[in-house]
Design a protein around this ligand. Structure first.
Ligand code: SAM
Ligand code: SF4
Length: 337
């Protein structure tokens, strides 16, 4: 077992136990709310190598991180990514890490599900906004629905629990609220709806047109079902309800409504080694320089502590009727969603 050091506590007495790591900014899809069609990706030399990602994550684990979520871009398109998962599984074996998981678009799951399960991954999030093949091709630009459905089936066959994340998009999947919910119930998936966030410059996509309030979505469920609010938080920003008629758990992630900052236990590491203390703030710390400056991890650990001491209280997103303020200039694929 690796030597633990003092846990990370931020200025608002929140213990940092959850690290989300973006392992690549690349993706085999081009979801319209996430990326422009012609993205310029980072030069390879800027990316942390797999060995550097290992050092970085292992430092956080030593400092009390118990949950590691691998994301991107699309994490499963990073070359050699299974080497990294295998390396991280040693922290599960030691007991230092309680959960190793990922968020994926599902396109590569048919290939990797078994290996992920062998690495100790138990639950995964798969992003899926529609069950209509044509709409799927439209929203992801490059994705194909059957490939993702095969991937989800492979994940289940490998024993992984699959949670579906759907971005709520006005005029796009409003009409599928109940069909997606039913499909999830039939296949044993939990379902979480995500409010669309103002991220990046996506050219002609108008974010206010895409915004579908989860309050509205919840009200529609309430018209049809008896809902019970659940108090559990799973360490994340989702609020949950149970549909009493089916027993299904539905999550709502409403990052725009400041309802979870006070319990925020997470930080985000980009594929270039920038640590974002808050998804909704520009403030970040470069951890790549201290990582590369020496073979030992003392400088890295000091930089992590300094960064955590700057974690802000909350974020500034706000949709008003006339515009979007607190808008972030970076893409979700950069900070890893
Ligand atoms: N490629 C993987 C995937 O799609 O699951 C992981 C990275 S993706 C950036 C992580 C999550 O962010 C996905 O569930 C995606 O739907 C969500 N996302 C991307 N852009 C978003 C936006 N502008 N607002 C809300 N969610 C967004
Ligand atoms: Fe790729 Fe995920 Fe962004 Fe879609 S949401 S473009 S799958 S990174």
């Amino acid at each position: 077992m690796t030597q633990a050091t003092a846990p990370l506590i931020d200025p608002f007495a929140r213990a940092i136990s959850y690290l989300r790591v973006s392992v690549t900014d690349r993706c085999d899809f081009r979801c319209v709310y996430c990326m422009a069609e012609n993205m310029t990706f980072l030069p390879k030399a800027d990316l942390l190598t797999l060995e550097e990602l290992d050092r970085m994550c292992s430092a956080f684990v030593r400092m009390g991180v118990e949950k590691l979520r691998i994301t991107g871009g699309e994490p499963l398109v990073r070359k050699g990514i299974m080497t990294f998962f295998r390396a991280m599984s040693r922290h599960l074996d030691s007991g230092a890490l309680k959960e190793l998981t990922l968020t994926t678009n599902g396109s590569q799951l048919a290939k990797y599900a078994t290996e992920l399960a062998e690495c100790g991954v138990r639950r995964i999030n798969v992003s899926l906004d529609t069950l209509d093949p044509d709409k799927f091709a439209r929203i992801t630009r490059w994705g194909r629905l059957p490939q993702v459905l095969d991937g989800i089936a492979a994940a289940q066959a490998a024993g992984l629990r699959v949670k579906i994340n759907a971005v709520a998009l006005k005029g796009f999947n409003e009409d599928e609220q109940f069909s997606i919910t039913d499909w999830c119930a039939q296949n044993g998936h939990d379902l979480t709806w995500i409010e669309v966030m103002p991220m990046g410059d996506l050219g002609n996509e108008n974010r206010l047109d895409q915004y579908w309030s989860l309050k509205d979505l919840r009200a529609r469920y309430a018209e049809r079902f008896a809902l019970t609010d659940l108090t559990e938080r799973s360490g994340g920003p989702a609020r949950y309800v149970r549909i009493e008629e089916t027993g299904q758990k539905i999550g709502f992630i409403t990052p725009l409504t400041h309802n979870f900052c006070e319990s925020c236990n997470r930080v985000r590491l980009t594929c270039t080694g920038e640590l974002y203390m808050c998804l909704g703030q520009e403030d970040m710390a470069d951890l790549r320089a201290p990582l590369r400056s020496s073979v030992g991890d003392a400088a890295l650990e000091a930089a992590i502590r300094t960064a955590i001491s700057h974690k802000p209280k909350g974020h500034d997103f706000d949709y008003s009727r006339t515009g979007v303020t607190g808008k972030m200039t970076r893409h979700m694929s950069h900070t890893g969603g």
